[in-house]
Design a protein. Structure first.
Length: 215
């Protein structure tokens, strides 16, 4: 399930970014939403702007990327990173952009799983599976959300066995927790350079816990 940025784009590679970039509610300036630390200098970068899939050009770009992956590699799913990001963009409706985006992807590729990152209630109508930003050990106010309408994946920020490295995620370290025993939740196991050489026993314990719940 390859990852594509539902919003994020590097301005050095997507040259038409200004047309789709999130704008302030008063439409006076580009709003920088996210600034991960790509080079480990402990400071956020400024080369990533968030683009709005409600803007037709960027939406078509995303659809083209998905189609290229499916036709080239026959993938069974795609992961749209940061899809839960909502912003009051005065030019294009973010949610409506997602609705049109997902409908067109499904029209072209009916059997393709379209997974999102994070969620809010309205998005459960569009994405049947989501990585969760929320710690599901502390369920939301309505305990039938989101499991009643979707399936939830553990997040990339969940730490690997050992030191709890989050690998490519900017979270740094996050200790590995025992898989949650919640119906509809699919745990994530992070894998970094020493996971299988130094921490095989912890990997086995994690997998046994998941398998026990599945049975």
């Amino acid at each position: 399930m390859p990852m594509l940025g539902a919003n994020g784009a590097n301005v050095n590679h997507y040259r038409d970014w200004k047309r789709a970039a999130f704008r302030s509610p008063s439409d006076r300036y580009v709003a920088l939403i996210n600034g991960p630390d790509w080079d480990n200098d402990r400071a956020p970068e400024d080369d990533q702007v968030f683009l709005n899939p409600g803007e037709p050009g960027f939406r078509d770009h995303l659809i083209g990327q998905v189609t290229s992956l499916v036709e080239t590699y026959n993938v069974q799913g795609v992961f749209l990173d940061t899809s839960a990001c909502w912003f009051n963009d005065p030019r294009h409706d973010v949610f409506e952009g997602y609705r049109v985006l997902v409908e067109e992807i499904r029209r072209r590729h009916p059997d393709l799983l379209v997974c999102g990152e994070g969620w809010y209630d309205a998005l459960l109508a569009l994405f049947p599976m989501n990585q969760t930003w929320i710690d599901m050990a502390l369920p939301p106010r309505f305990d039938d959300l989101p499991m009643r309408y979707s399936r939830v994946l553990g997040h990339l920020k969940d730490g690997a066995p050992g030191a709890g490295s989050t690998g490519v995620h900017e979270g740094g370290t996050n200790p590995l927790a025992r898989p949650l025993q919640i119906n509809g939740y699919v745990p994530a196991l992070a894998v970094v350079h020493d996971t299988f050489t130094k921490h095989r026993d912890e990997v086995r314990e994690f997998c046994r816990a998941v398998a026990k719940e599945a049975l």
